[in-house]
Design a binder for this molecule. Structure first.
Ligand SMILES: [Zn+2]
Length: 356
């Protein structure tokens, strides 16, 4: 089943991005410049891969890029008003396929890109385009592809059918097969500066100055997450709950930690998101520990706790914890045994006496 676009469809800005009116993507100017250059110089490749942390703007950029490729203005940017631009925005263009993971499982939730969706898209690529002179496939969260789905894409990338362009995005390029990576033009999308997020929240999403500054900071430069935090109070509450659980975990026994791992493993994608939050938190602890600029801390509302934990641990332990969290994220993306991966992580997280 093809599903609608992710962030690009669910969250509409109040006004268009004033800096870059044709692109709805916020930040990532260098990548946008390179993509425009590929279009205008006639050097479009068969496959592009956007890699970067969750909610950093990859799927929005993928949609923008598809529009820029198909736009009737032929200026290397999406005009936003021509028929292809409008149909792609609505996920309704007959020559542009968007594939997102499906959620499955009852006791253990899992998001997977289905091999059937991938094969169906590939079949459509063997037919002539309906309106354009090429077909475009947008594939989001490719790290969730099954082995079969990944193999099907690889085969297509090796022998691309006609004029087709794949725009693939992933939260975790390291979990993809080298054979896939080597066939794509890879662009790394990093978190964008806090000030850019803050400005976008005020100008495009109607946030007040104080809230925009706070959300930009705690989002760690992940614009999609900042927008979700602004639009949905529950997301903000969930973040607090998870951070408090993380703090409490530090003083728990092995039994308590394993019980928490058991809870986490039941929703693999949520576990990955929780670990992304933890990674940001431990990065803050590292900043605090090394005495670098404390204004760079993202989780500003937990500064006291971050400083307290940083004082209890040496930098090697903090660095090892960060590495362990990143490795666990990678293992979960690779569909490793979630219980085992999370239990190993629980043993690697240092013990810190309770704050209370
Ligand atoms: Zn257009």
């Amino acid at each position: 089943m093809f599903s609608k676009g992710l962030l690009s469809c669910y969250y509409k800005p109040m006004v268009e991005n004033s800096n870059n009116s044709e692109w709805r993507t916020i930040g990532h100017e260098l990548v946008i410049g390179a993509l425009t250059n590929h279009i205008m110089s006639g050097r479009l490749r068969h496959a592009y891969l956007f890699s970067g942390p969750p909610s950093v703007g990859k799927s929005t950029l993928a949609t923008d890029f598809a529009k820029a490729i198909c736009c009737t203005d032929n200026l290397g940017v999406p005009c936003g008003v021509c028929r292809p631009c409008r149909l792609i925005s609505a996920s309704k263009h007959p020559d542009v396929v968007e594939i997102n993971p499906n959620t499955s499982g009852k006791s253990i939730m899992r998001e997977r890109l289905s091999v059937d969706d991938i094969r169906s898209a590939i079949y459509r690529f063997t037919l002539n385009p309906v309106e354009l002179n090429r077909r475009v496939a947008i594939i989001n969260n490719f790290e969730t592809a099954s082995k079969l789905a990944s193999d099907a894409i690889l085969k297509t990338l090796e022998e691309p059918p006609g004029e087709t362009i794949f725009i693939i995005s992933t939260d975790h390029a390291a979990s993809l097969a080298e054979t896939i990576l080597s066939r794509c033009v890879v662009f790394r999308l990093n978190p964008i500066p806090f000030t850019v997020v803050e400005k976008a929240l005020i100008n495009s999403w109607g946030a007040n100055d104080q809230k925009a500054r706070f959300l930009a900071r705690i989002s760690g430069g992940r614009i999609g997450w900042a927008i979700r935090l602004l639009s949905d109070d529950k997301t903000l509450e969930d973040r607090s709950t998870k951070l408090i659980e993380l703090i409490n975990l530090l003083s728990l026994s092995r039994v308590g930690r394993f019980a928490y791992a058991d809870k986490l493993r039941k929703d693999r994608q949520q576990a990955v998101k929780t670990l992304a939050l933890w990674e940001g938190w431990w990065r803050d602890v590292m900043i605090s520990s090394t005495g670098t600029n404390s204004p760079e801390i993202s989780n500003v509302d937990y500064k006291t706790e971050i400083h307290f934990i940083a004082e209890q641990l040496d930098t090697t332990k903090i660095a090892n914890t960060l590495l362990a969290i990143r490795k666990t994220q990678k293992d979960l993306q690779k569909n490793a045994n979630a219980r085992l991966a999370l239990e190993v992580l629980m043993l690697q997280i240092p013990t810190v006496s309770s704050l209370s």
